[in-house]
Design a protein around this ligand. Structure first.
Ligand code: IMP
Ligand code: MG
Length: 181
């Protein structure tokens, strides 16, 4: 069982190291600070996968911001998104007329963020953009791309720095490839 094994043994290779993540997130924070200076942005964390990225990115940004949290689940646990998304927790902020930046762990098929951006756009924010730590463009099933992306990665199932397999491995400090048994 996942909780009894050494987590590192379930990783076949480290795809993005802790150092690489922190350097890139710092860089993104600098760029986003310039983009959102004077705009009073609302940073929206998509729980639970984006938790570390959100926290590090927000602290790498120097502009004024509000933070809010959204929890969504797409039906089907494990590795495949169904495309049917349920909002478990909505943002508390009224985003009408506000600049909104969605912070997500990974864009895979794109179905989750495609649904989410459609929903949030109906509330007429002043702007709505997406920052993803990881992007797997080869898996895309709809016409969407992150406005800001940390790393483009190949079509492999990854874990760590917030990303999970069946709820586990989110606390690994790096992004690694899940060992196929
Ligand atoms: P999408 O709707 O297919 O773009 O899937 C987005 C969600 O699927 C992400 O927020 C993750 O929760 C999950 N996901 C996609 N690829 C991976 C992966 O390689 N590892 C862990 N979770 C993933
Ligand atoms: Mg997720």
């Amino acid at each position: 069982m996942a909780e009894k094994t050494d987590m590192n043994k379930d990783v076949s290779k480290i795809l993005v190291s802790e150092e690489e993540i922190h350097a890139r997130v710092k860089e993104m924070g600098k760029q986003l600070s310039e983009e959102y200076e004077g705009k009073n942005v609302v940073l929206v964390c998509i729980l639970r996968g984006a938790v570390h990225f959100f926290s590090d990115l927000a602290r790498a940004m120097t502009c004024h911001m509000e933070m809010d949290f959204m929890s969504i689940s797409s039906y089907g646990n494990g590795r495949k998104t169904s495309g049917i998304v349920r909002i478990a927790k909505d943002v508390d902020t009224n985003i009408t007329g506000r600049h909104v930046l969605i912070v997500e762990d990974i864009m895979d098929s794109g179905l989750t963020l495609n649904y989410l951006t459609k929903l949030l756009r109906e509330r007429q924010p002043a702007s709505l953009k997406i920052a993803c730590l990881l992007d797997k463009p080869s898996r895309r099933e709809c016409d969407i791309t992150p406005d800001y992306c940390g790393f483009v990665i190949p079509n492999e199932f990854v874990l760590g720095y917030g990303l999970d397999y069946d709820g586990y491995y989110r606390n690994l400090p790096y992004v690694g490839v899940f060992k196929q048994e």
